[in-house]
Each structure stands twice: as C-alpha cells, then as structure tokens.
Ligand binder design. Sequence first.
Ligand code: AHR
Length: 487
Amino acid sequence: MSAKIKMNAAQTGAVINKNIYGHFSEHLGRCIYGGLFVGENSPIPNKNGMRTDVVEALRHIKVPVLRWPGGCFADEYHWEDGIGPREERKRMVNTHWGGVVEDNSFGTHEFMELCEQIGCEPYVNGNVGSGTVREMSEWVEYLNSPGDSTVVKRRWANGRKEPFNVKYWGVGNENWGCGGNMRPEFYGDLYRRFNTYCRNYGDNKLYRIACGPNVDDWAWMDGVMKVAGRFCDAITLHYYTHPHGWEEKGSATEFDGDEYYLTLRKTAYMEQLIKGHLAIMDKYDPRHKVGLIVDEWGTWYNVEPGTNPGFLYQQNTMRDAMVAAINLNIFNSHADRVVMANLAQMVNVLQAVILTDGDQMILTPTYHVFDLYKAHQDANLVPSTVACNEVEGVQQVTASASLKDGVLTVTAANVSCTDAEEVVLDIANFDAKDVSVRILTGDMHDMNTFENQNAVQIREFTDFTVNEQGIVLNMPACSVVEVTVRG
Ligand code: AHR
C-alpha cells in the first residue's frame, strides 16, 4: 500500500506564523562565543564581531526570531553587566554552563546587532529568578523608550539613539526549576508584578510571554494560566527529545534501529503535549487570546566525547533531521494556536543547525530541514490527512502543506530507516502545472563533519510522476522532501 497525503487547496486554515521557525541562543558553551560572535579583532571574518559565514547561512534559512540570553542563564543575567565599554564590563562565572568566565562582551547592543544582521526579530527573556522588578522594567525602558530619561541617555551614550523596539518579551525562564524552583501560583503572581512594570513605549506594544510548563506538567500550566493567563499574550512549553533519560541520554551518533525509533516515538509525543496543554489553556482562555510558544525543543544527547559536559555540544545526523521534520509538521498543524517555536539551540549546542570549529563551519541535517520548510513561513496552512503504515510505533509518513501567493508547498518525511515508500499527494482543487522537488536523504547515521562537510545536503529530486492519482513520489528511506507546486 502506498501512503497518501490528502488535502483540498480550496480549504485553507490559519496562517503558519513564521516564528514557528524561530531559534534560541544562550550564553552556553560555544553558542554565542565562537559560534555567533568572535569579536571585531578576530581573524575569523566578521562584521562588527558577528561571524559572516554563520550570519549568511542563517539568513538563507530566513530565521524569523531569535531568543536570548537564555535558558537558565536568563535568570542569572543582569543586563547592565553587558553594556558600556567592553573592557569595563563585569566578569562573572557561568555557574550553569561549564563554570567558565563570562566576560559580558556580548550584551544587549551586540544581540541587537546580531538580529539586525540576520534579519530577525529579537525575543528577549528577562530575569525573574534573581533579578528585580526595577531591573527588568529599566531594561525594557533602555531598549524601547524614545524619551529623554537617565536610562535612555545611557543607551545614547552607548551609541544607539533610536529605540530598538523589542516586541517579544519573556518574563522568566523555567521558573519551576533553574529559574527559581517556584510553585505555579507564586510564579503567576510574580509574573503579574514584573509584567506590570514592563511598559509599552511609543507605538511598540510588548508581546508578553509567561513561563509555561516542562513536558507534561499540567499542574504548572493550570496554575499559571489561572493566575496570570489574562495578563499575557503567550505562554511557553519546553520539551526535549531524550532517547533514554536524564542520566544516560544516549549517543548522538552511535545508535541502532531500536534507538532510532525510540527517539522518533518520543518526538511524536509533542502532539499529545500540545493538545493537552491547549485544552488546559482553553479553560481560562476560551477565546484563544493566548498563544502557545514551544520556545525550547530538540534532541538532547550525551555530549561529544572529550568535550566539556557543561557545553552541551553534540553532533547531528539524519535522525535529527527526522526529529525536526516531525516537530515542524506538528507545529504547522497547530498553526491556529502555536505562535512561535525556538529550536534549542542555534549553533554548537544541542540540536544545532550549525557547528563551528575555529574558522570552519558546517551545516547540519537539521539546518537543511529548516531550508526545506522555509516556504511555510507566513503561508496559509492547508490541512492534510496522512494515510500510511506505522513503523515501530511511529507514523511512517508525516507531512504539512501550505499555500502562499498561489504556490502550494508540501513537506513530507518518510521516517522508515530501511524502507522506501511510494507517497501520493492527492490534492483537490489545484491544477498542478509545474512541480519541483528538493530532497534530503541518507542513512540514519549520516552527518556532516569538518572532514566531510557536505555528506548530507539538499538535492533536486526527480523520482516522481504526476498522474490521475496526483503527484506520486518514490521517497527513499529516511528522507524529507519539499514539493513545490505551481498552478
Ligand atoms: O537549552 C538548555 C537548557 O535547557 C536551557 O538553559 C534551559 O531553559 C533548559 O533546561
């Protein structure tokens, strides 16, 4: 039996918020330092300290939004340590991540510069765990106020006259854990207090983001929504794919078929999590004013042998490409409620899209999935159903479709690590005049390394026909496609 992806192009759904293709950069390991920022005096080519190779690659996948400075680091970060002359900035020990010295040479202005170069919106995560209401309030003022205040004059003195107009504002991170070990009602009250003093300036209206639960902590979602739901625009969810557990997470590169499918089964659990949390949100927000943001997702394995355990550096294989495809298809299918998602993390940390080593850079299989899916950004979802086999408890084919400017884009993954599959795209109400397909495929272990940088890359794919059934693709095992259909 072939797999069938069925859709009706005349029945479109919600707009897929481009921010679903968002990223996350924390002061952790070599994400910021070395990965994104090398400083103006580095021999590595850079513009104002930002790596030009990395920025160019990120522009290519159209990164829409970038979250910073953490993660757990956010609730230890004091923004005033990261402004002013670099040589005078405070040095601190990054106790969460590797115990290394953080010299604060990458701070607020550098982050804004990075976002400007990438062409994305900044999403700043403020400090509730160890910060003060005044500190957060003044950070917003520093960033966004056009007024002639003492705080704003510091921004002028640091070289920026115009306000930055930051919109996405997170009030704390993982406040159930590293962000203060709070209880939901307590955090809910703190959210209300901190949020009150985060002001809107000029025409810039903050998009206020509350800290939501980890995985299936339904009680946290319930407690925070009950107390703070009417004061926020969105609430977050964190869910990482650990093939095994926290203690022994498994290797990023050495795994067998069982572990491969275990990883994918755990990834597919995202669907149940989103549905479960949305149902709780509905109790307090029946009119769906509050969006869900999955601002940390991705695989989390053991670190690469010989690397700092606190740096969370891991390789990335075709298995990760499947994880990305499954998650992104789930997020797309909930386009009416999932308003943003942020892969953890952008460079050199966890399921990164880019790995660097000195002046070298490689694009991971996950990067290529983001490339294949970028046409969905701000397109209208075309709801689709997939009829296919199950392999080892996972749906063999996963897909999403969208329509933008008269172009239909279907992305699909055949997650079987052994079997090719005939996949039929049955599209009603669309005259497919011109079809082109790009593919990412390989053995489940395939990856790019600094020695073999393009082992995994996107190729044109021609093994398809267009007939009375629709568009019929012979998808190889372990593959992701982007099908572009012009009418
Ligand atoms: O992404 C790594 C860490 O995972 C983040 O700092 C934290 O928010 C989460 O626990």
